[in-house]
Design a protein around this ligand. Structure first.
Ligand SMILES: [Zn+2]
Length: 272
């Protein structure tokens, strides 16, 4: 039996919190914040239609504030049978937070997911692209089975915390496999140039072709509905999905299911 390459499509549906977290005065900048509204209202339905077209699953990471603000959109994700995982409450960049403030973000985000979905989240992705000294302990406190934060590997491994190996499965990804470095743009973000969708599709397809030759490696894309949800960018995602489907050697799977499957074979962490 050949093992198929796990394909993990992940969407961080940050909506307005992506912008309010970057600028404390963001709430007073309607154009700035309106970029976030596009994600759940316009990008999300297109993404769900694309996933349905190919019969593939995904994982959504959603801040609690977004869950509370967009109940109908959250329901559309759940109706598609897609898991919603933890991505903080307010998307406040946690690398500047005290332990108490980060703990409150965990609790409120957790409560919002349980209240809206009836299911406890099993995984956490940091809103800051960084872990604090308290993040791993908080993940353990909430009995998360997986983390998707590090960039250290293309292979699942156990997460460590100050040299101690935990029971949490880390599912690493990479900026090269994220839509934001290619496409995120605002007239207030200096130095950003939008990439051609064809260049992004080529990057992702070539990454898949390499990863799919390596036993144990997984292919994870990190995306944002407000970024990937435009037609030109969805084309890049569809090209990638179609390539994987045509190759016939990939398996689209949720992060939680993949973490549960791979956990028994993991004994050590990649990084100290
Ligand atoms: Zn985010």
């Amino acid at each position: 039996m050949t093992t198929r390459t796990p394909v993990l499509l992940t969407f961080d549906m940050d909506a307005e919190t992506l912008w309010t977290a970057r600028d404390p005065d963001g709430a007073n900048k309607p154009v700035w914040v309106s970029q976030g509204h596009y994600g759940p209202k316009v990008g999300l339905p297109r993404i769900l239609r694309l996933l349905e077209k190919y019969g593939v699953t995904a994982t959504f990471f959603v801040p609690g504030q977004v869950i509370e603000r967009y109940p109908a959109e959250i329901e559309s994700i759940l109706s598609a049978g897609i898991d919603i995982e933890h991505h903080s409450y307010s998307h406040t960049w946690s690398d500047g937070l005290s332990r108490d403030a980060e703990a409150e973000e965990f609790q409120k985000g957790f409560d919002a997911i349980v209240s809206a979905t009836g299911r406890k989240p099993l995984g956490w992705r940091s809103p800051a692209g960084e872990l604090t000294p308290h993040s791993v302990g908080l993940m353990e406190q909430y009995e998360f089975s997986f983390s998707s934060n590090l960039f250290d590997s293309d292979t699942a491994h156990l997460l460590s915390d100050a040299g101690r190996v935990t029971d949490i499965v880390e599912l690493p990804f990479a900026w090269a496999l994220d839509d934001a470095p290619f496409f995120l743009y605002s007239n207030r973000l200096q130095g950003r140039v939008m990439s051609a969708p064809s260049a992004v599709a080529e990057t992702w397809i070539r990454e898949y072709d390499g990863i799919s030759t390596e036993p144990g490696a997984h292919f994870m894309l990190g995306m944002h509905p407000q970024v990937i949800g435009r037609h030109s960018r969805l084309w890049a995602l569809e090209e990638t999905i179609r390539h994987i489907v045509d190759a016939g050697d990939g398996e689209f799977v949720s992060c939680a299911d993949y973490a549960a499957r791979v956990r028994p074979g993991l004994v050590e962490a990649n990084t100290p």
